[in-house]
Design a protein around this ligand. Structure first.
Ligand code: ADP
Ligand code: MG
Length: 316
Protein backbone atom coordinates (compact mmCIF):
# COMPACT_ATOMS: atom_id res chain seq x y z
CA UNK A 1 0.00 0.00 0.00
CA UNK A 2 1.36 3.40 -0.96
CA UNK A 3 0.40 6.78 0.42
CA UNK A 4 -2.02 7.12 -2.49
CA UNK A 5 -3.63 3.74 -1.86
CA UNK A 6 -4.23 4.82 1.71
CA UNK A 7 -5.73 8.13 0.63
CA UNK A 8 -7.92 6.30 -1.91
CA UNK A 9 -9.13 4.00 0.84
CA UNK A 10 -10.11 7.01 2.93
CA UNK A 11 -11.71 8.82 0.01
CA UNK A 12 -13.88 5.80 -0.84
CA UNK A 13 -15.53 5.91 2.56
CA UNK A 14 -16.11 9.58 3.34
CA UNK A 15 -19.54 11.16 3.25
CA UNK A 16 -20.15 14.65 1.98
CA UNK A 17 -22.34 17.68 2.58
CA UNK A 18 -24.08 20.08 0.23
CA UNK A 19 -21.70 22.88 1.30
CA UNK A 20 -18.57 20.93 0.23
CA UNK A 21 -17.78 22.40 -3.20
CA UNK A 22 -14.66 20.24 -3.55
CA UNK A 23 -13.49 17.58 -1.09
CA UNK A 24 -10.56 15.13 -1.06
CA UNK A 25 -8.46 14.95 -4.23
CA UNK A 26 -7.17 18.38 -5.18
CA UNK A 27 -4.48 20.50 -3.52
CA UNK A 28 -7.04 21.89 -1.09
CA UNK A 29 -10.73 21.66 -0.28
CA UNK A 30 -13.30 24.30 -1.30
CA UNK A 31 -16.07 24.97 1.22
CA UNK A 32 -19.08 27.25 1.20
CA UNK A 33 -19.31 29.39 4.32
CA UNK A 34 -22.85 30.75 4.84
CA UNK A 35 -23.02 34.55 4.97
CA UNK A 36 -23.37 36.00 8.45
CA UNK A 37 -21.70 33.06 10.23
CA UNK A 38 -18.28 32.96 11.81
CA UNK A 39 -15.98 30.11 10.74
CA UNK A 40 -14.68 28.37 13.89
CA UNK A 41 -11.42 26.41 13.55
CA UNK A 42 -9.77 24.12 16.10
CA UNK A 43 -6.99 21.54 15.89
CA UNK A 44 -5.72 18.85 18.24
CA UNK A 45 -3.03 16.19 17.96
CA UNK A 46 -2.98 12.75 19.57
CA UNK A 47 0.45 11.19 20.14
CA UNK A 48 0.96 7.60 21.23
CA UNK A 49 1.76 7.21 24.97
CA UNK A 50 1.06 10.91 25.61
CA UNK A 51 -2.60 11.15 24.60
CA UNK A 52 -3.55 7.50 24.38
CA UNK A 53 -2.19 4.16 25.62
CA UNK A 54 -0.32 2.23 22.91
CA UNK A 55 -2.85 -0.63 23.18
CA UNK A 56 -5.79 1.58 22.19
CA UNK A 57 -7.91 -0.05 19.47
CA UNK A 58 -7.72 1.67 16.09
CA UNK A 59 -11.47 2.32 16.04
CA UNK A 60 -11.36 3.95 19.47
CA UNK A 61 -8.48 6.12 18.35
CA UNK A 62 -10.40 7.24 15.29
CA UNK A 63 -13.36 8.17 17.46
CA UNK A 64 -11.23 9.96 20.03
CA UNK A 65 -9.17 11.94 17.50
CA UNK A 66 -12.35 13.51 16.16
CA UNK A 67 -14.14 13.69 19.53
CA UNK A 68 -11.51 15.84 21.24
CA UNK A 69 -11.68 18.27 18.32
CA UNK A 70 -15.47 18.38 18.24
CA UNK A 71 -15.34 19.06 21.96
CA UNK A 72 -13.41 22.26 21.20
CA UNK A 73 -16.10 23.34 18.75
CA UNK A 74 -18.77 22.53 21.34
CA UNK A 75 -16.92 24.72 23.82
CA UNK A 76 -17.30 27.66 21.41
CA UNK A 77 -21.02 26.96 20.89
CA UNK A 78 -20.33 26.05 17.25
CA UNK A 79 -22.03 23.60 14.93
CA UNK A 80 -19.42 21.33 13.30
CA UNK A 81 -19.26 21.14 9.52
CA UNK A 82 -15.94 19.89 8.09
CA UNK A 83 -12.68 18.35 9.18
CA UNK A 84 -9.22 17.40 7.90
CA UNK A 85 -7.09 14.47 9.05
CA UNK A 86 -3.31 14.40 9.15
CA UNK A 87 -2.02 10.89 9.74
CA UNK A 88 1.53 9.90 10.56
CA UNK A 89 1.74 6.10 10.44
CA UNK A 90 4.69 3.77 11.06
CA UNK A 91 3.37 1.31 8.42
CA UNK A 92 0.80 1.35 5.63
CA UNK A 93 -1.48 -1.00 7.58
CA UNK A 94 -4.84 -1.30 5.83
CA UNK A 95 -6.54 -3.22 8.62
CA UNK A 96 -5.50 -0.54 11.09
CA UNK A 97 -6.69 2.23 8.75
CA UNK A 98 -10.06 0.52 8.22
CA UNK A 99 -10.57 0.21 11.97
CA UNK A 100 -9.50 3.80 12.50
CA UNK A 101 -12.00 4.97 9.88
CA UNK A 102 -14.77 2.89 11.49
CA UNK A 103 -14.49 4.95 14.67
CA UNK A 104 -13.68 8.26 13.03
CA UNK A 105 -16.46 8.13 10.45
CA UNK A 106 -19.06 6.82 12.92
CA UNK A 107 -18.65 9.99 14.96
CA UNK A 108 -18.37 12.19 11.85
CA UNK A 109 -21.63 10.74 10.58
CA UNK A 110 -23.37 11.26 13.90
CA UNK A 111 -22.67 15.00 13.76
CA UNK A 112 -22.84 15.43 9.98
CA UNK A 113 -19.16 16.34 9.66
CA UNK A 114 -17.51 15.87 6.24
CA UNK A 115 -13.85 14.80 6.00
CA UNK A 116 -12.59 17.08 3.23
CA UNK A 117 -8.82 16.60 3.19
CA UNK A 118 -5.67 15.85 5.09
CA UNK A 119 -2.16 14.56 4.82
CA UNK A 120 -0.67 11.07 5.02
CA UNK A 121 2.96 10.49 5.95
CA UNK A 122 5.24 7.82 7.42
CA UNK A 123 6.49 8.35 10.96
CA UNK A 124 5.71 7.56 14.60
CA UNK A 125 1.95 7.11 15.16
CA UNK A 126 0.43 10.56 15.44
CA UNK A 127 -2.99 11.84 14.48
CA UNK A 128 -3.78 15.49 13.93
CA UNK A 129 -7.34 16.55 13.21
CA UNK A 130 -8.57 20.03 12.35
CA UNK A 131 -12.29 20.76 12.60
CA UNK A 132 -14.25 23.61 11.10
CA UNK A 133 -17.58 24.75 12.47
CA UNK A 134 -20.02 27.59 12.11
CA UNK A 135 -21.48 29.88 14.72
CA UNK A 136 -23.71 32.90 14.88
CA UNK A 137 -21.60 35.86 16.15
CA UNK A 138 -24.16 36.46 18.94
CA UNK A 139 -24.06 32.87 20.20
CA UNK A 140 -20.33 32.35 20.68
CA UNK A 141 -19.25 30.79 23.98
CA UNK A 142 -15.87 32.20 25.04
CA UNK A 143 -13.48 31.80 27.97
CA UNK A 144 -13.26 35.51 28.72
CA UNK A 145 -16.90 36.26 29.54
CA UNK A 146 -17.40 34.93 33.09
CA UNK A 147 -18.93 37.47 35.49
CA UNK A 148 -18.80 37.81 39.25
CA UNK A 149 -21.69 35.93 40.92
CA UNK A 150 -22.15 33.56 37.96
CA UNK A 151 -22.90 29.95 38.84
CA UNK A 152 -20.33 27.40 37.60
CA UNK A 153 -21.77 24.29 35.95
CA UNK A 154 -20.43 21.09 34.45
CA UNK A 155 -22.10 18.59 32.13
CA UNK A 156 -21.99 14.83 32.63
CA UNK A 157 -19.73 13.31 35.28
CA UNK A 158 -16.06 13.90 36.00
CA UNK A 159 -13.05 11.69 36.62
CA UNK A 160 -13.86 8.46 34.75
CA UNK A 161 -11.18 8.79 32.09
CA UNK A 162 -8.50 9.65 34.64
CA UNK A 163 -9.68 6.72 36.75
CA UNK A 164 -9.18 4.37 33.79
CA UNK A 165 -5.60 5.66 33.44
CA UNK A 166 -4.96 5.05 37.14
CA UNK A 167 -6.17 1.46 36.75
CA UNK A 168 -4.03 0.93 33.63
CA UNK A 169 -0.95 2.36 35.32
CA UNK A 170 -1.53 0.06 38.27
CA UNK A 171 -0.89 -2.73 35.78
CA UNK A 172 -4.36 -4.21 35.43
CA UNK A 173 -7.14 -3.76 32.93
CA UNK A 174 -9.45 -0.82 33.47
CA UNK A 175 -13.15 -1.30 34.20
CA UNK A 176 -15.01 -1.30 30.88
CA UNK A 177 -17.24 1.66 31.76
CA UNK A 178 -14.23 3.78 32.77
CA UNK A 179 -12.11 2.73 29.81
CA UNK A 180 -15.00 3.62 27.50
CA UNK A 181 -14.97 7.17 28.85
CA UNK A 182 -11.24 7.37 28.14
CA UNK A 183 -11.42 5.89 24.65
CA UNK A 184 -14.75 7.23 23.43
CA UNK A 185 -15.47 10.64 24.92
CA UNK A 186 -18.82 12.23 24.06
CA UNK A 187 -18.42 15.74 22.66
CA UNK A 188 -21.33 17.84 24.01
CA UNK A 189 -22.17 19.31 20.62
CA UNK A 190 -25.95 19.78 20.68
CA UNK A 191 -26.44 20.92 24.24
CA UNK A 192 -23.48 23.32 23.93
CA UNK A 193 -25.19 25.21 21.13
CA UNK A 194 -28.27 25.66 23.30
CA UNK A 195 -26.24 26.57 26.39
CA UNK A 196 -24.22 29.12 24.43
CA UNK A 197 -27.34 31.26 24.17
CA UNK A 198 -27.78 31.55 27.93
CA UNK A 199 -24.28 31.01 29.36
CA UNK A 200 -21.62 33.67 29.86
CA UNK A 201 -18.32 31.76 29.54
CA UNK A 202 -17.46 28.17 28.64
CA UNK A 203 -14.59 25.74 28.12
CA UNK A 204 -14.30 22.01 27.52
CA UNK A 205 -12.60 19.90 30.15
CA UNK A 206 -9.51 18.27 28.66
CA UNK A 207 -6.87 18.94 31.32
CA UNK A 208 -8.96 18.73 34.49
CA UNK A 209 -11.70 20.93 35.98
CA UNK A 210 -9.51 23.07 38.23
CA UNK A 211 -6.93 23.69 35.51
CA UNK A 212 -9.46 24.44 32.79
CA UNK A 213 -11.66 26.59 35.02
CA UNK A 214 -8.45 28.43 35.87
CA UNK A 215 -8.15 29.38 32.18
CA UNK A 216 -11.68 30.82 32.27
CA UNK A 217 -10.85 32.82 35.41
CA UNK A 218 -7.59 34.17 33.98
CA UNK A 219 -9.22 35.15 30.69
CA UNK A 220 -12.20 36.74 32.45
CA UNK A 221 -10.26 38.49 35.22
CA UNK A 222 -12.24 36.78 37.99
CA UNK A 223 -11.81 34.08 40.63
CA UNK A 224 -13.82 30.94 41.35
CA UNK A 225 -14.94 28.87 44.31
CA UNK A 226 -15.57 25.17 43.65
CA UNK A 227 -17.38 22.94 46.15
CA UNK A 228 -15.63 19.59 46.00
CA UNK A 229 -18.65 17.69 47.32
CA UNK A 230 -20.87 18.80 44.45
CA UNK A 231 -18.67 17.36 41.67
CA UNK A 232 -20.69 14.73 39.77
CA UNK A 233 -19.40 11.14 39.74
CA UNK A 234 -20.52 8.12 37.73
CA UNK A 235 -21.72 5.09 39.68
CA UNK A 236 -18.69 3.11 38.46
CA UNK A 237 -16.27 5.74 39.73
CA UNK A 238 -18.04 5.87 43.08
CA UNK A 239 -17.96 2.07 43.32
CA UNK A 240 -14.25 1.72 42.54
CA UNK A 241 -12.58 4.63 44.37
CA UNK A 242 -12.99 5.93 47.91
CA UNK A 243 -14.17 9.52 48.31
CA UNK A 244 -10.69 10.92 48.75
CA UNK A 245 -9.18 9.31 45.65
CA UNK A 246 -12.34 9.94 43.64
CA UNK A 247 -12.42 13.65 44.38
CA UNK A 248 -8.82 14.10 43.22
CA UNK A 249 -9.78 12.48 39.90
CA UNK A 250 -12.91 14.61 39.57
CA UNK A 251 -11.21 17.90 40.38
CA UNK A 252 -7.97 17.42 38.47
CA UNK A 253 -8.16 14.37 36.21
CA UNK A 254 -8.06 15.08 32.49
CA UNK A 255 -9.73 13.68 29.37
CA UNK A 256 -13.36 14.15 30.47
CA UNK A 257 -14.38 16.30 27.49
CA UNK A 258 -17.34 17.61 29.41
CA UNK A 259 -18.31 21.28 29.30
CA UNK A 260 -17.76 23.73 32.11
CA UNK A 261 -19.67 26.99 31.80
CA UNK A 262 -20.81 29.95 33.83
CA UNK A 263 -24.23 31.59 33.84
CA UNK A 264 -26.28 34.01 35.91
CA UNK A 265 -28.22 32.40 38.78
CA UNK A 266 -31.44 33.58 37.09
CA UNK A 267 -30.75 30.93 34.40
CA UNK A 268 -30.99 27.95 36.76
CA UNK A 269 -34.46 26.88 35.60
CA UNK A 270 -33.57 27.29 31.94
CA UNK A 271 -30.42 25.20 32.42
CA UNK A 272 -32.42 22.50 34.22
CA UNK A 273 -34.84 22.38 31.31
CA UNK A 274 -32.01 22.04 28.78
CA UNK A 275 -30.50 19.23 30.83
CA UNK A 276 -33.78 17.32 30.81
CA UNK A 277 -34.50 18.09 27.16
CA UNK A 278 -31.09 16.82 26.02
CA UNK A 279 -30.91 14.05 28.63
CA UNK A 280 -27.50 15.30 29.80
CA UNK A 281 -26.95 15.82 33.53
CA UNK A 282 -25.77 19.33 34.38
CA UNK A 283 -24.51 20.07 37.88
CA UNK A 284 -23.84 23.35 39.65
CA UNK A 285 -20.38 23.08 41.22
CA UNK A 286 -19.45 26.57 42.38
CA UNK A 287 -19.50 30.30 41.90
CA UNK A 288 -17.49 33.01 40.18
CA UNK A 289 -16.07 35.55 42.64
CA UNK A 290 -14.18 38.79 42.44
CA UNK A 291 -10.43 38.19 42.63
CA UNK A 292 -8.18 35.65 40.96
CA UNK A 293 -7.57 31.90 40.98
CA UNK A 294 -9.69 28.84 41.61
CA UNK A 295 -10.29 27.86 45.23
CA UNK A 296 -11.78 24.57 46.19
CA UNK A 297 -13.54 23.85 49.50
CA UNK A 298 -14.50 20.53 51.07
CA UNK A 299 -17.84 19.61 52.67
CA UNK A 300 -16.88 21.51 55.83
CA UNK A 301 -15.99 24.67 53.92
CA UNK A 302 -12.29 24.05 54.51
CA UNK A 303 -9.81 24.88 51.72
CA UNK A 304 -8.88 21.80 49.70
CA UNK A 305 -5.77 21.57 47.55
CA UNK A 306 -5.38 19.14 44.69
CA UNK A 307 -2.12 17.17 44.67
CA UNK A 308 -1.81 18.23 41.01
CA UNK A 309 -4.08 20.55 39.08
CA UNK A 310 -3.92 19.28 35.52
CA UNK A 311 -1.73 18.03 32.74
CA UNK A 312 0.79 20.47 31.25
CA UNK A 313 3.06 19.49 28.36
CA UNK A 314 6.77 20.35 28.86
CA UNK A 315 6.12 20.89 32.60
CA UNK A 316 8.74 18.29 33.55
P1 ADP B 1 -0.42 17.42 -1.69
O1 ADP B 1 0.83 16.73 -2.09
O2 ADP B 1 -0.92 18.44 -2.67
O3 ADP B 1 -0.40 17.89 -0.27
P2 ADP B 1 -1.54 14.92 -0.99
O4 ADP B 1 -1.00 13.89 -1.88
O5 ADP B 1 -0.97 15.10 0.38
O6 ADP B 1 -1.56 16.30 -1.76
O7 ADP B 1 -3.10 14.69 -0.82
C1 ADP B 1 -3.93 14.42 -1.93
C2 ADP B 1 -5.35 14.67 -1.54
O8 ADP B 1 -5.72 13.72 -0.55
C3 ADP B 1 -5.61 16.03 -0.94
O9 ADP B 1 -6.89 16.47 -1.35
C4 ADP B 1 -5.57 15.78 0.52
O10 ADP B 1 -6.35 16.72 1.22
C5 ADP B 1 -6.13 14.37 0.61
N1 ADP B 1 -5.61 13.62 1.77
C6 ADP B 1 -4.34 13.23 2.02
N2 ADP B 1 -4.24 12.54 3.16
C7 ADP B 1 -5.51 12.49 3.67
C8 ADP B 1 -6.07 11.95 4.86
N3 ADP B 1 -5.33 11.31 5.78
N4 ADP B 1 -7.39 12.11 5.06
C9 ADP B 1 -8.16 12.78 4.16
N5 ADP B 1 -7.69 13.31 3.04
C10 ADP B 1 -6.37 13.18 2.77
MG1 MG C 1 -0.13 16.70 1.41
Amino acid sequence: MSEFDLIGRIRDRVGSRADVFLGIGDDAALLRVPPGKLLVVATDTLNVDVHFPADTAAADLGWKALAVNLSDLAAMGARPAWCTLSLSLPHADEAWLDGFLDGFLALAHKHDVALVGGDTTRGPLSICVTVHGLVDPDDVLRRDAAQVDDDIWVTGTLGDAAAALVQLRAGGAADGALRARLDRPTPRIEIAQALARIAHAGIDLSDGLLADLGHVCTASGVGAMVELDTLPASSMLAARFNAEARQVLQASGGDDYELCFTAMPTQRDAIGQLARGHDVPITRVGRILAGTGVNCVDAHGQPWHAPRSGYVHFAD
